[in-house]
Ligand binder design. Structure first.
Ligand code: GRF
Length: 191
C-alpha cells in the first residue's frame, strides 16, 4: 500500500501539526508529510516543521484569496499530496477550493460541533458555561466548521477549571484524537 502524502496547513503554534509529524515519523500514522503551509510567514509552527526536516511554504493572501488559493492548489498538486489537513489554519477556504478536493480536506475544531463553531470555540464554550465541551475532527465541506464528523471526544469542565486548564485539556485530547482519526481515514481510503 502506498503511503498517503499529507499537506498540513497552520496559522500559529502548530502543536497539532507537531503531534501529527511525530506520529508520521514514528510510523504510528502511516503517512508522510508533503509540506506544511501557512498564511502567516511568522507562524511558529513553520520553524518547528523545518526543524523536523519538513518542507514549508507560505501562502501570500496579500495578493488576494483567489491567488493564494491557486498557490495552495498548485503546491498540493506539485507535491502529490493526497490529503489537506487543517491544524489551526485560520482562513476559511472558498467553496471553489474545497470542491477541488472533495472529502480530502480535514479539520480539527476545539468544541463538540455543531456547538460553538467559529474562531473561538474554547472561549465561547467557557463563556456559555457548559459542563462538557470537547474536540471534533471532521471533513471540510463548503460551510464553516461543518462536514461529516470523523471523531469526537468530550472534555469535562469541572469547578476547579480555568479557561487555561480547559484549553490544556482540549489540546491534550486534540493531539491524540487527530492522529487516530486520520489513521482510520487513511486506512479506509487507500491512495
Ligand atoms: C486548535 O485548538 C485547533 O482545534 C484549532 O486551532 C488550534 C490550533 O492549535 N483549529 P495549534 O496551533 O495546533 O497548537
Amino acid at each position: 500500500m502506498r503511503k498517503p502524502k499529507v499537506a498540513i496547513m497552520i496559522s500559529g503554534t502548530g502543536t497539532n501539526m507537531e503531534a501529527l509529524l511525530k506520529a508520521m515519523a514514528s510510523g504510528e500514522l502511516n503517512a508522510e508529510p508533503a509540506f506544511v503551509g501557512s498564511d502567516k510567514s511568522g507562524a511558529k509552527g513553520l520553524k518547528t516543521a523545518a526543524s523536523m526536516g519538513v518542507d514549508t511554504v507560505c501562502f501570500d493572501y496579500s495578493k488576494g484569496k483567489t491567488a493564494a488559493e491557486a498557490d495552495i492548489e498548485r503546491s498540493v498538486k506539485e507535491t502529490g499530496a493526497n490529503w489537506i489537513v487543517l491544524a489551526g489554519y485560520m482562513r476559511i477556504l472558498s467553496p471553489d477550493l474545497v470542491n477541488k478536493f472533495p472529502g480530502r480536506i480535514i479539520n480539527i475544531h476545539p468544541s463538540l460541533l455543531p456547538s460553538f463553531p467559529g474562531a473561538h470555540g474554547i472561549e465561547d464554550a467557557w463563556n456559555y458555561g457548559v459542563k462538557v465541551t470537547g474536540v471534533t475532527v471532521h471533513i471540510v465541506d463548503e460551510l464553516v466548521d461543518h462536514g461529516r464528523i470523523l471523531a469526537q471526544k468530550p472534555v469535562e469542565i469541572t469547578e476547579d477549571d480555568t479557561i487555561d486548564t480547559v484549553e490544556e485539556k482540549i489540546h491534550r485530547v486534540e493531539h491524540e484524537i487527530y492522529k487516530r482519526a486520520l489513521k482510520k481515514l487513511f486506512e479506509d481510503n487507500p491512495v
